[in-house]
Design a protein around this ligand. Structure first.
Ligand SMILES: NC(=O)C1=CN([C@@H]2O[C@H](COP(=O)(O)OP(=O)(O)OC[C@H]3O[C@@H](n4cnc5c(N)ncnc54)[C@H](OP(=O)(O)O)[C@@H]3O)[C@@H](O)[C@H]2O)C=CC1
Ligand SMILES: O=C(O)[C@@H]1CCC=N1
Length: 263
């Protein structure tokens, strides 16, 4: 078994779908372990991966830990195996905590996001020299490179990356929902407003990638004395920029707290 995924929840499933769709690892070489046995049986049947139990973990070359941080202390008792490399997606959980609880230096800390399911995650990766020497870091780069962009990131920036990029799809969802609400408030049908909001976020993201700075796109859209600048002035009055900045600050702080809880 090349990879065991422990915790096949929202992120574990997104990664499994992204990885199997791209054929990085044959589905039959992936084991799935989760608390919800019926759900994971269905996922296994759909993807070609197989359900495994705790006793089969030792047969995995690498284990992807995609559990909530709060369950890690208890779970690490049976998760720890010899000659296995670990890759953790858990927000806030540091390399030193992973090493201590898993009893090995072969640990890689990653931070992807839900866009892995469509091959567009942005994933931060870090790990100690032992993980590099054992090929675990290279494996993580291959895995996450297949489901989006993979970045080497120093560990001290992981919580910031988490608070911005991993939490980011939720912020984008709130922006989309609020824009659609505005459209509905002004008379657009709900289904059309939701569709427009999602598509304009996708298209705006692509336009932003072709510009050196987000302000360039804003300035191109806003005609002097026109509609957009009236809307932008309202956003400034409402403190939307400050709200988004604060969201990243608070999410980053929460990552630090989650890490402290594990010490
Ligand atoms: N969701 C996201 O967008 C992202 C999440 N992450 C990180 O990834 C991790 C997983 O997140 P997410 O997928 O959202 O979480 P979920 O809660 O959706 O998934 C965790 C899964 O693990 C199961 N589980 C709980 N306890 C055990 C156990 N003892 N043995 C086996 N399985 C168990 C859960 O079951 P049950 O529901 O019964 O608890 C659930 O199915 C977190 O640490 C999070 O910080 C990182 C980046 C993005
Ligand atoms: O909200 C969380 O804690 C996880 C980590 C980043 C995205 N979801």
């Amino acid at each position: 078994m090349k990879l065991a995924i422990v915790g096949v929840g929202k992120l574990g499933l997104a990664l499994l779908e992204g990885v199997t769709a791209r054929g990085v690892i044959p589905a039959g070489e992936i084991g799935l372990l989760d608390a919800h046995s019926a759900r994971v049986e269905e996922i296994a049947a759909r993807t070609g991966a197989r359900v495994i139990g705790r006793s089969q973990l030792a047969g995995a070359q690498r284990v992807l830990v995609s559990l909530q941080p709060r369950v890690f202390p208890e779970v690490s008792e049976w998760l720890a195996q010899e000659n296995v490399g670990y890759i953790s997606t858990m927000a806030g959980v540091s390399i030193s905590t992973l090493v201590r609880r898993l009893g090995t230096q072969r640990v890689v800390r990653v931070m992807p996001n839900l866009a892995a399911t469509i091959g567009r995650s942005q994933t931060a990766i870090t790990g100690p020299k032992e993980a590099q020497d054992a090929g675990d870091l290279a494996f993580a780069h291959t895995l996450f490179g297949a489901v989006g962009d993979a970045y080497d990131l120093p560990e001290h920036l992981f919580n910031a990356f988490t608070g911005m990029s991993a939490s980011g799809p939720a912020y984008a969802a709130v922006v989309a929902e609020a824009l659609a609400d505005g459209g509905v408030r002004m008379g657009l049908p709900r289904a059309l407003a939701n569709e427009l909001a999602a598509k304009l976020l996708v298209a705006s993201g692509e336009l932003l990638q072709r510009r050196a700075h987000p302000a360039m796109l804003k300035d191109e859209v806003a005609s002097p004395g026109g509609t957009t600048i009236a809307g932008l002035a309202a956003l400034e009055n409402a403190g939307v920029r400050g709200g988004l900045i604060q969201a990243v600050i608070e999410a980053t702080r929460r990552g630090t707290e989650l890490g402290r809880d594990q010490e």
